[in-house]
Design a protein around this ligand. Structure first.
Ligand code: GDP
Length: 154
């Protein structure tokens, strides 16, 4: 299992509020490579599927309505220790408990509308990345490096 890939979404509230650029800058400044990215609009069904692990929770219906109310940005990110380092960069689920300077502290509107999603394990990062992207839409640093070496040599 790769330890250098994580999956993130910029959630509808943060996209609508115009924070996409600032959040992407924080991600790159923290040393992550954006190896796949798309703006897309989840249906309620897709949001329910993505958050199926929470289906018994009282906030499931509200959360999945919020996540499908307007477009999100889906991201695959690469860095050593990606999952843990990204969870540190985004901060606690509840922005009230998030460290100063974290993405959620800066951009969350509420516990539910907490600006970004971050995968919580290497396994879930892979599952979530493949929920949004096919293999041919993810350009890892190694692939880009190998391909540019071939182009430079020709
Ligand atoms: P995460 O991994 O930090 O995103 O946290 P979880 O997997 O526990 O929760 C998934 C998402 O559900 C969170 O990011 C919030 O958007 C939302 N959420 C979590 N707990 C609550 C809650 O108690 N109430 C509401 N309304 N939303 C919640």
């Amino acid at each position: 299992m790769a330890h250098d890939i994580t999956f993130s979404m910029i959630k509808p509230g943060a996209v609508k509020a115009g924070h996409t650029g600032a959040i992407l800058k924080m991600i790159e400044d923290a040393g992550f490579s954006i190896v796949a990215m798309k703006k897309t609009w989840l249906s309620k069904e897709q949001a329910k599927q993505f958050y199926a692990v929470h289906k018994e929770r009282p906030f499931y219906d509200h959360l999945t309505s919020f996540m499908s109310e307007s477009p999100i940005i889906a991201l695959v990110l690469q860095k050593d220790n990606a999952v843990q380092d990204y969870r540190k960069l985004i901060g606690a689920t509840n922005p009230e408990n998030a460290e100063p300077g974290t993405i959620r502290k800066l951009f969350a509107q509420s516990l539910e509308q907490n600006a970004v999603h971050g995968a919580d394990s290497d396994e879930n990062a892979q599952i979530e990345a493949s929920f949004f992207f096919s293999k041919t839409e993810i350009y890892t640093n190694e692939q880009v490096q190998a391909s540019s070496e071939v182009k430079m040599a020709s």
